[in-house]
Design a protein around this ligand. Sequence first.
Ligand code: FE2
Length: 318
Amino acid sequence: MTMNDSLEMVWGEIRSLGLETYIADLDAHGYTVIPPEIASPGDLAERMLTAVLDVAERRNGVRPDLETGSTHAGFKGRFAAFAPKDGDSPIGDLMQSLLFEDRVFEEALMNPVLLAMASYLCGYSVVLSSMGCFMKGPNKSTFFLHSDTPLPSPLPPQALVCNLTYVLTEFNRENGGTAFVPGSHKWCRSPEGRDAIVGEGGNPNAKAVECAAGSLLCWHGNTWHGAFNRTASGLRVSVPVYMSRPFIRTQEGLIGKIPDEMLDRNPPRFAILTQQGISYGYESQDDSIVRAQVAAKYLQAYGEAQGMGTATARGLYN
Ligand SMILES: [Fe+2]
């Protein structure tokens, strides 16, 4: 697939889905909000919310209190050590590895709107790095600004990673929504020092994003983002679908871990998205041969489904 072919293909997807203005917004600001009626047609977002509440109940033994947020107030968990003042977590409960928890997450990954945005940012060889859930109650700690690109500065201008976050409860400043520095994706560096602080005395350009439940919040991997603390009652719930180019080390290791029945019930692109087209990580000569054959099988099926032809499909990861 040549660069022009893939550009034309993704632009065709963007036009047919009516995403042109969101792409313009993304290019200008480094992030964009796709509203619920486009991002999560039908009841996708509602079913995702029910599913993550179920996951929380299974993992923690208590059903989250969506109304008051009492189950997650002042949550002491991941990143609490980074919180300078009060020791509560700036992100709440981070529940990882959702893909195997409910079939709605397969649907969320295969959402054509999400895939068009991810393909625009990271190409047709984009893979899922991780799909988790942030569940945050009232808290005091803000989450520091950072870029998601896992490299030291300077960062390359093209997106090596991207974040497509399903917003499952309303985001705004009081609700502890995501903070963004508009245009920061063009600076090709991560924030340091005072630039990285969200809230009082911190970066004056950090703005709280405002979006309704059911929106898809999309950003370029270089865009500076963090989060405000939640002063409102209730829970902030989101499912970040973090995606990367296939040569980046992924957060979840899915190669060879997807059951056949899950692969069989999804289109060929699902295998590529879940890393089955990657052969790296071999442990021996024999393993390298087997892995290359398995990866080629999935790449070929994807290539045929996309009308690319085998040679170009295999060239996806070159
Ligand atoms: Fe991030």
